[in-house]
Design a protein around this ligand. Structure first.
Ligand code: NAD
Ligand code: UDP
Length: 338
């Protein structure tokens, strides 16, 4: 028995590989290195002290993926492989629909051909759109998304729900991530973004290390306690552990189940900047800039369902998030390019 991890070389995938290995699972990893480097998995092996099979394969390569399933008895798939840059998805929607949606269709077809019907899918809080008020609950309406990236997540959720209606063996856990930040506490693996980071924490880290001059805070006139946007930041190791619990759930249940993975606590952009500066003793020069189009004021989860169904809740603190992010960034100023 083994669990296939698509996109296992990426940010969340690499941390999940470690937690799965620590929990005693055999894993098989597939990644096309579109947004990752082989060094990440080398460090996963170093940290876990375990080896596992890896295939440099695109999930849209039906033949290549079939060979992986032919070689290994795969009981469930954790499906991270996907493109995630919101701005790029607006410029290149076809690329996002092909990679994310078509990639998932090919993956499911190959899974079924080899008798595997259990998938844990990387969805996102973005499926809740801008219409719902936080705390966001899984039974709130979804689909009012504002960009092609978000639409791929929504569409894949709907596809997997339809499949679960038609196929009584199918199990799909739709994990809606809030804002993953942080890194493994060893400082050996973390997020290694290409180009100019879009997300708050990787940008803040590049300012802290001196690679960029200042952080632009996108708006201070939102209806929030300090006027800056509020989000539910979750430590990537907590998130990874949520996947271990989701695998256990998928192996013992059928049907489609959306589940939030968040802390239930919202922090503002200024909270994050001030906490980072205080905890690490490093200044983060920042300026107030205009709002970023498409941003909402507040987004945080109701995490009760994850606790009830998976027995999971986030354990790490804001201090852990800031400290571990900085340890990774300061020990690896060029990411995996040493
Ligand atoms: P990431 O880019 O670090 O990891 C994704 C991995 O998938 C990369 O290693 C990439 O090379 C690989 N990949 C992409 N397309 C592939 C393909 N066609 N075939 C094989 N491999 C492919 O991203 P991440 O932050 O680790 O995110 C993992 C998943 O979680 C993604 O699906 C993302 O959309 C989702 N997600 C991420 C966030 C976030 O803020 N990081 C939030 C919500 C959801
Ligand atoms: N943000 C910011 N400056 C940046 C990047 C992000 O002020 O350079 C803000 C953004 O407006 C939002 C929060 O930080 O309020 C989180 O943004 P991120 O892009 O990380 O996540 P998402 O928008 O997907 O929740």
């Amino acid at each position: 028995m083994a669990i296939l991890i698509t996109g296992g070389c990426g940010y969340i995938g690499s941390h999940t590989c470690i937690e799965m290995l620590n929990a005693g699972y055999d894993i098989v990893v597939v990644d096309n290195y579109y947004n990752s480097k082989p060094e990440a998995l080398a460090r996963v092996k170093e940290l876990s002290g375990k080896d596992f099979p890896f295939y440099a394969c695109d999930i849209r390569d039906e033949e290549g993926l079939s060979e992986v399933f032919a070689k290994h008895q795969i009981d469930a798939v954790i499906h991270f492989a996907g493109l995630k840059a919101v701005g790029e998805s607006v410029a290149k929607p076809m690329m996002y629909y092909d990679n994310n949606v078509n990639g998932t269709l090919v993956l499911w077809r190959v899974m079924k051909k080899h008798g595997c019907s259990r998938i844990i899918f990387s969805s996102s809080a973005t499926v809740y759109g801008s219409e719902n008020a936080s705390p966001l609950k899984e039974d709130f309406p979804t689909g009012a998304v504002t960009n092609p990236y978000g639409r791929t997540k929504y569409v894949i959720e709907e596809i997997l729900k339809d499949i679960c209606v038609s196929d009584e063996e199918a199990s799909a856990v739709l994990l809606r991530y809030f804002n993953p930040v942080g890194a493994h506490e060893s400082g050996r693996i973390g997020e290694d973004p290409n180009g100019i980071p879009n997300n708050l924490m990787p940008f803040l880290l590049q300012v802290a290390i001196g690679k960029r001059e200042q952080l632009s805070i996108f708006g201070n006139d939102y209806d929030t306690p300090d006027g800056t946007g509020v989000r539910d930041y979750i430590h990537v190791v907590d998130l990874a552990r949520g996947h271990v619990k989701a695998v256990e759930y998928a192996l013992t249940h059928t049907g489609a189940m959306p589940i939030n993975l968040g802390t239930g606590v919202g922090y503002s952009v200024l909270d994050m900047v001030h906490a980072f500066e205080r905890i690490n003793g490093v200044p983060v020069p920042h300026v107030i800039a205009p709002r970023r189009p498409g941003d909402i004021a507040t987004c945080y989860s109701d995490p009760a369902k994850a606790k009830a169904l998976l027995g999971w809740e986030a354990e790490k603190t804001l201090e852990d998030m800031c400290r571990d992010s900085w340890r990774w960034q300061s020990q690896n100023p060029k990411g995996y390019d040493e």
